[in-house]
Structures are given as C-alpha cells and as structure tokens.
Write a protein that binds this ligand. Structure first.
Ligand code: GLN
Length: 537
C-alpha cells in the first residue's frame, strides 16, 4: 500500500512584519484539525541564531520550550494552544540551524569535491527540514515562513518553497500570502496597491500565491476584493478578510465564516464531509467574553514593558479565567520599581501575584520584597522557576535567619547558597541550548496541595533552568513550613514548594504556562485564579 500523500501549506507574509502569520497559521490548523485532518505547524525563522534561547526577550518575546527540550519561537506556543497538541524540535528551524548542519556536513566531507552553495545545498537542507515532519504521518503540514517577502534573509526559504511546489506537484501544496490593506483616512479607503506589489514580488521569485489573507482594520468592500482577485491572479473566493478582532481567539471563527477551510481543502484536492466542530472553542470564547467576576493579579517581572516576554503566562491566565468565568486582569509590575518604600503601594489591592521566570540579577531584590508581601499578607502567590527561587531566598532571609542567603546566580560566593548551581551545570561554558530543558517527571507528595490540584501525584512539566533548590537546606525549610512537595524521581531535585497555613503560596521550578491550551487549561493556573478570586472576596 502506498503511503498517503502529505499536503503542504506555506504561509508567507507581505508588506510589513507583525501581521499575525502565527495566529492565522494556528487558526487554519485548528479549522483543518476540526475537519478531521491531522495537522502540525512549523515555523522557519530567517535569523542566524541557532535558536532564540540566547536572545533577550526584548528582541523576540518569550522563548517557548517544547517537551523535547527545544528553545523555540513564541509562535509555537500559539500552535500548541490552538491545536492542543505538542510540537517538537522539528517544528522550529532557523537559518542558523540550516547553515550549521550544512557546514558540519561539509567538514565531514559529505560534499567532497563540490563547491557548497545556497542552491542546492542550503535549499536542500531547508526542504529536508520541511519534509521531516511528514515522517510523523500528518495529513497536512503548515509551514510559516518568518519575515516578509523581499527580505534578503528569507530568500533561500522562498526559493525552497518554489522548488517544493514544483517537486510536490499539483494539489499537494499551496501558498497562503498574508498581507496588509492599509486604510487611508484622508480618502476614506482601504488600499490594495501594497498587496499587489508584494504578490508581484513573490511572483518574481517564481511563486504564485493561491490564497490571500488580508489584514485590515475595516471590512473590505466588494470592489477592493475584486481588484485584489484580478490583480493578484486568485479567484474571488480566495481573498479572505482578516479584520482586527477583540481577541486572537476569535480569528478561527472569523475565518471559518468565510469558508477559509473549504477554500484550502479545495486547493489541496482534499475532501471532508465533516463540518468543523468548534463547539468547545465557542463555549470557551463565550465564557471568556462574558465573565461573571474579576480578579487583578500582579505579574512581577523585569521584561514587563514588552508583554510578549511573558506570552504563555498571559495566555494561560486567559484559559484558566475563561474556564471559571473570571476576568483575569494583569497588573504588569516592573520588579526594579519595587523597593521597601514602594512595594506596598505598587501591589496594593491585587488579589494575587505571580513572580515570573527570568535570568540575571536586575530586579531580584524587588521580587524578594513582593514574595515577602504575599507571604505576610496571605495574598495568593505563584512563583514560576526564578519565582520559586525567589520564594526560597526570601524565606531563608526573613524566616530562617540567613541574612545573606542568595542564589549562586546572583552571588556565586554567597555563604548561604539556598539556590545552587546544578551539578551537571558546573562545567558548562557554552550558553546556547545547555540549560536543563524540556519535560521531566516530577512526583508529588500525595498529601500535598499540588497533588490535589493536579488530581494525581505523577506529573511531567517543562523546564528551562541552571539553578536549583539546594537540598542541604531541605530539613530547615520543612520544619519552618515552606515544604518541598515535588521531586524529580531520579535525582531528588526539589521541583515544588508550598507554604503551610497560607491559602496559596506555591513555587514551581518548572513552567506550567507552556502546557496550557484552550482545550486543556492548566490545573495550576485554574487553582491559582480560583484562590485569587477567593481572596478578592
Ligand atoms: N535563572 C534561573 C535559573 O537558571 C531561573 C530560570 C528561569 O526562570 N527560567 O535557574
């Protein structure tokens, strides 16, 4: 029996960056999945970094971590949240990775005698990385090409798409071009010319777009639609409007109303009698948009001026809030602003606090003051990764009496290293991809608050850190009420802390936010939002 033909959808962007290719790709993925197809989404990033792990969040927002420990672009978070299925290493490729592989092959002698060139060597490697996902037997692979058509950096990707379209043959691949229709207030019109130009630019690279998805602030009038179809060589039905909406979670429904999924299936020669079943999605949206209560939670971090730095956390709050029909408002608090004299004022009136993950010592003392404030005033607190480490330091200094307690990250020679460098990290010198990454098992004490929250005591969560709770101090913490309750089954590494007698004072070394999806809101975020709502009363 011949293996089924995997179909490929390429999503390109024109006119400007930040049009939301990731959301459109994720929305399309959801629609196709709900029509009964197995779908995965991949992102090709044109930058030279091997992965975004070494990038400052101010550059590209959050670094998203997969189960298999890849540090990836934040768009992969959207893919997982919309599709409710896990991505992997193979779902994010950068130019850096492509060149690294090709250069390693060259050094090994794989191309002996040949001149190594962008075409065919780099393009072959790009095509290999695109097709690799087909091994997992997906019906459809959506590949989002980062950047904007015309960028020097994305040229090899565009050329690879051109070759693939040709090699795969009719109906086995298609190109969706996302573009912008700017609105000119002076003439009161949406303009199509920039889109015409970017479609033409794509054609200069040998690619005809099959579908246009147009980002716009206003509805597209009939004449403009006709104009786009005519000038860009696509049927009228293939001009899809993507108007600004209140929330990204409305996008799949908005696209569905225009039969976007049917248009795509037709282009790929696929049939499905199954209606897209978005019942649960609609229920989620209804609850999200009609909350019965509200809570305000302080998100305390050092990158708060770029909220994309904490994308998965903010989205996890949306899922958990919708689940309980609670409007979760985030108060973004810059940890550097928290001082002895300001902390009470800055955190006044919040129903809960989340101390965010992070690296480096800027803003650390402010986070410690926030943890103290939450502990002493019975305000619910969730500490994630660095957040848990902060709770550990605060408790040592103010309860255990270790005035100089610190993490070795901030003071390598601290006499009281309550957070220490992990054994296997001691000799690590390279920065890229060397942290403790990805999913690891954690066993929870069956009597713990967390075991009750999860509903079971064996969990698996994703990680990204170099430092850990120093188990030498474990007994003292335990005796004084900040109890380690979750452990790595092999190494005994402390994964969670809970404060006895406090309504919700929980720190986790892992990142629950990466696993929250619309279909499966994370239990820890749900429990935290609930505790905040109780506190609000
Ligand atoms: N900087 C800390 C560590 O490396 C925490 C990391 C994080 O918050 N992701 O252990």
């Amino acid at each position: 029996m011949s293996k089924k033909q995997t179909k490929y959808i390429f999503v390109t962007g024109g006119v400007t960056s930040s049009l939301g290719k990731g959301i459109v790709s994720a929305s399309l993925g959801l629609l196709l999945k709900s029509r009964g197809f197995s779908v995965t989404i991949q992102k090709l990033d044109p930058y030279i970094n091997i992965d975004p792990g070494t990038l400052n969040p101010y550059e590209h927002g959050e670094c998203y971590v997969t189960d298999d420990g890849a540090e990836t672009d934040l768009d992969l978070g959207h893919y997982e949240r919309f599709l409710d299925s896990a991505t992997s290493q193979d779902n994010n490729v950068t130019t850096g990775k492509i060149y690294q592989t090709v250069i390693e092959k060259e050094r090994r002698g794989d191309f002996l005698g040949k001149t190594v060139q962008v075409i065919p060597h780099i393009t072959n490697e790009i095509k290999r990385r695109i097709k690799i996902l087909a091994k997992q037997d997906y019906d459809i692979i959506i590949t989002e090409i980062g950047g904007t058509v015309g960028d020097i950096e994305s040229l090899p990707y565009i050329e690879s798409v051109r070759q693939l379209k040709w090699e795969l043959g009719e109906k086995n691949s298609m190109v969706i071009h996302l573009t912008l229709l700017p609105y000119l207030a002076a003439s009161g019109e949406l303009k199509t010319k920039p889109s015409q130009h970017s479609v033409r630019q794509l054609m200069e690279s040998g690619i005809q777009a099959d579908v246009l998805v147009c980002r716009t602030e206003y509805k597209i009038p009939k004449e403009q639609r006709a104009k786009l179809a005519q000038f860009c060589n696509v049927p009228l039905s293939n001009v899809i409007e993507c108007k600004d909406l209140d929330t990204i979670y409305e996008v799949p429904l908005y696209l569905q109303k225009q039969d976007f999924d049917d248009v795509v299936l037709k282009e790929l020669g696929l049939e499905s009698n199954k209606e897209a079943d978005l019942k649960d999605w609609k229920t989620f949206l209804k609850k999200y948009q009609n909350p019965k209560k509200k809570v305000e939670i302080a998100l305390i971090g050092k990158y708060v001026s770029l909220q994309d730095s904490y994308k998965s956390i903010a989205e996890a709050f949306i899922h958990a809030g919708a689940d309980q029909e609670i409007d979760v408002r985030l108060r973004w608090v810059y940890s550097g602003d928290l001082e002895e004299s300001t902390v009470a004022e800055k955190l006044k009136g919040v129903d809960g606090m989340l101390i965010a993950p992070g690296f480096g010592d800027r803003g650390i003392e402010g986070k410690i003051l926030a943890a103290k404030n939450a502990r002493e005033n019975n305000v619910p607190l969730l500490g994630i990764c660095l957040g848990m480490q902060i709770m550990t330091i605060e408790f040592a200094r103010n309860v255990l009496g270790y005035g100089k307690a610190n993490s070795m990250e901030f003071d390598p020679s601290t006499p009281e290293p309550v957070i220490s460098i992990m054994e296997e990290q001691k000799n690590v010198v390279e920065k890229g991809g060397t942290m403790r990454l990805g999913a690891w098992k954690c066993n929870l004490d069956p009597k713990s608050q967390l075991a009750a929250i999860y509903g079971h005591s064996q969990i698996s969560e994703r990680h990204r850190h170099r430092y850990e709770f120093n188990s030498e101090f474990r007994d003292e913490y335990e005796k004084n009420g900040l109890i380690p309750t979750g452990f790595n089954p092999e190494t005994g590494l402390v994964e969670t802390l809970e404060l006895k007698g406090h309504p919700f004072y929980i720190g986790v070394q892992y990142h629950p936010e990466y696993k929250s999806t619309v279909a499966t809101p994370h239990p820890l975020f749900k429990a935290f939002v609930k505790a905040c709502s109780t506190h609000a009363k």
